[in-house]
Design a protein around this ligand. Structure first.
Ligand code: MRU
Length: 364
């Protein structure tokens, strides 16, 4: 059987339950500089999430679980753990993976005597990391089926568009939207990827970087180019990730996803959302209740890159007082989504109940 392997040389996060340490790949300097940060306490872990040193829904969740383990090492009382959980969950609002992971650790701890909690917190954080890795690999397996079928039908390289970074950098393992790309490439199915640059944080440049470093053919395109490519017949399918999926399939993902979905629908191009069960929020009946993160105006006023030494740098492209608006995410209505590629299989929006039936954590 085909086995998909881990694409990145350096893990996005390492949690060691034996020596109780957490290390992250600092994504703020990528792709210019590969720096590793050690997180010493819950505050540093929350700051890593807030500042986007770690980012991408599954990775935010894993880091949240690590933050709980760090908090528990300091104080394992019910009061301290409940307060830590609230603080960690508020670090970023849109990706539900954060609350999912934090609540999972909290529930595991509150049922235990205080003397057993610290070890259990670290085990729980490590096991959430491993669960995300398995889910990412399974998404790759199901997405591969879709890409392989396209290849058989078209008889030429399959041309795929993605938005933001829902890649290996956004989780552990081969990503969500990109998991099928890595799987296809490793299996020898020819693909061509187009990665939207994704203003304002330009996560598309990271998608291009990680795919490129694994030999997957990829072109970085300006955000506004996607519609043109679709109309020109240059895109066979769109795969994006997700930060929160409501019960009816409405999906929050990086700002700009909705426009790509509209364009795909207008051009009869299949539009897939790839996400693990940790991204589903059945408590919301539709996307209207999904909180949309409003980020700093400076992300719009400036463009971020690197200086000649490869160190992070930015320049203003507006006056310093320019009024701006910076919603980090948008919601794509489920009617524009062809299918959800999950770790439990491929589902249409009206089949999503299948995922809840056996409990959200049921691994297959
Ligand atoms: O603001 P970010 O970089 O955390 O946003 C990332 C995205 O929107 C991704 O597409 C999403 O989290 C899916 S990650 C597998």
């Amino acid at each position: 059987m085909f086995e998909l392997s881990q694409p990145l040389e350096r893990e996005t996060i390492r949690i060691n339950s034996v020596n109780r340490s957490v290390e992250i790949l600092d994504q703020r300097a990528l792709p210019h500089c590969v720096a590793v940060l050690s997180l010493q306490n819950e505050e540093q872990a929350c700051e890593a999430i807030r500042s986007m040193a770690v980012r991408g829904a599954p990775l935010i969740g894993i880091t949240g679980a690590a933050a709980m383990a760090l908090a528990c090492s300091k104080d394992s009382s019910n009061k301290a753990l409940n307060e830590a959980a609230e603080r960690v969950k508020s670090a970023r609002p849109t990706a539900v993976n954060l609350a999912w992971a934090v609540d999972k650790v909290l529930q595991a701890l509150l049922s235990l005597p205080a003397s057993q909690r610290e070890a259990a917190a670290w085990d729980s954080a490590e096991s959430i990391l491993e669960q995300e890795r398995r889910m990412s690999l399974k998404i790759g397996k199901y997405a591969l089926g879709i890409i392989e079928a396209l290849y058989r039908k078209l008889g030429r390289p399959v041309r795929l568009l993605t938005h933001c970074n829902a890649g290996a950098l956004a989780t552990v393992g081969p990503g969500t939207a990109t998991a099928g790309f890595y799987a296809a490439h490793q299996k020898g199915i020819p693909i061509e990827v187009y990665a939207d640059e994704t203003r304002p944080r330009l996560q598309g440049a990271m998608t291009a970087w990680e795919l490129c470093s694994c030999g997957v053919p990829v072109s970085l395109i300006a955000d506004n180019a996607g519609g043109h490519l679709m109309r020109e017949g240059l895109i066979d399918a769109v795969f994006v990730g997700a930060d929160r999926i409501a019960a009816n399939g409405d999906t929050a993902n990086k700002i700009g996803t909705y426009l790509k979905a509209l364009s795909a629908a207008d051009n009869n191009i299949p539009f897939y959302v790839a996400a693990p069960v940790s991204t589903f929020d059945a408590s919301l009946k539709d996307g209207s209740g999904i909180p949309i993160e409003e980020r700093s105006g400076d992300e719009i006023r400036r463009v971020y890159g690197a200086d000649e030494n490869g160190l992070p740098a930015s320049v203003f492209i507006t006056s310093r007082s320019q009024k701006v608006m910076n919603p980090g995410f948008d919601v794509t209505p489920s009617r524009l989504i062809t299918a959800f590629v999950t770790d439990q299989g491929v589902f249409a929006a009206n089949e999503l109940e299948e995922i809840w039936k056996d409990g959200k954590d049921a691994e297959q």
